[in-house]
Design a binder for this molecule. Structure first.
Ligand code: SAM
Length: 297
């Protein structure tokens, strides 16, 4: 006897209620079980997010149902973030390919990009660097916001750069966006009007205490020695050599901002505020970086 295939709405209800009962952490794209179920199902079945409500009555085929069942169960049993299960994440309103070699994009820097870095830059930047680029999401979104700029994406992870290149091609930016293998600035050969960076800034102790979902992300993208500050301090120390005269550094250190401020009481880091949530991103000019260089140890 044929069993009637369920409709999308029914499957989503079931997935969301199973997510609710499991001890899942949300924070890699959604913040609740229903949105997580929608994210998984719509991406896995390639349903546009702007579909009308009628889509909920769409009957699933047996293979679609099996696919959702398999992915949903991995979300519950292995705590794999949905972005990795479906290979896609959103940043600044745009989709990016992701896999377990890159962090899932979630930086509040997206808001700054969408505001064209209003009031934070002395002029339109001509050359921009996204240091520690991972999937390339920040640099690519910046390149699209500043269509006349040349943009470089740099990362130490070759695997991350494979994905960054794929995302550059997805947006047809190969002419204007370079992808560079580099240990921070060591592999670079130019100066930049703007350096934007979301580097690793989580201490080893904090990393161990993070929810299981984070353990699917590359430790290389999260962990930094010395209370999370080793890499941010290296960036602050080395950045002025890679900035143009009136260049600006935008640096994310997340919740390590308190530790960084305590370490650098004299440095006038400008901590930025975000309407969409987020913290721990500062702006500092080349001039200031040079003036306080001895502090960055
Ligand atoms: C927090 S992730 C940020 C990824 C991406 N920018 C984003 O916002 O989603 C940090 C990235 O820094 C890279 N990284 C770690 N150490 C590095 C180093 N010494 N030099 C360059 N990149 C490094 C990691 O491979 C990872 O892709």
């Amino acid at each position: 006897m044929m069993t009637a295939m369920p409709r999308l709405g029914e499957v989503l209800d079931d997935l969301a209620s199973r997510f609710d009962q499991a001890d899942l952490f949300y924070g890699h794209g959604t913040d609740n079980a229903w949105d997580e179920a929608v994210y998984l199902a719509f991406c896995a079945l390639q349903i546009p997010f702007d579909s009308d409500d009628g889509i909920m009555s769409r009957k699933l085929t047996p293979s679609e149902l099996k696919r959702l069942e398999t992915l949903g169960q991995r979300r519950i049993d292995e705590h794999v973030p949905v972005a990795y299960l479906v290979g896609e994440a959103w940043f600044a309103g745009m989709p990016f390919a992701v896999n377990e070699h890159v962090l899932i994009p979630r930086s509040p820097i997206a808001e700054l990009i969408q505001q064209h870095f209003a009031t934070l830059l002395p002029r339109e930047p001509e050359r921009i660097l996204d240091l520690c680029t991972g999937s390339g999401c920040i640099g690519i979104a910046v390149a699209l916001e500043f269509p006349d700029a040349l943009v470089a994406l740099a990362d130490i992870s070759e695997e991350a750069l494979v994905l960054a290149r794929r995302n550059v091609e997805r947006y047809g930016l190969q002419e204007r966006v370079q992808v560079l293998h580099s240990d921070l600035f060591a592999g670079l050969a130019a100066t930049y009007d703007l350096i934007v960076t979301n580097p690793p800034y989580v201490s080893q102790d904090e990393f161990i205490a993070l929810p299981a979902e984070y353990r699917h992300e590359p430790a290389l993208g999260l962990v930094s020695a010395d209370e999370g500050l080793a890499i941010p301090l290296r960036i602050l120390r080395e950045a002025p050599d890679w900035l143009t005269e009136d260049g600006v550094l935008i640096l994310e250190v997340g919740y390590s901002c308190a530790a960084l401020s305590a370490r650098l009481p004299l440095v006038p880091l400008q901590w930025l505020e975000f309407a969409n949530g987020g913290e721990g991103i500062c702006r500092v000019t080349r001039k200031q970086l040079l003036e306080y260089r001895d502090c960055f140890i």
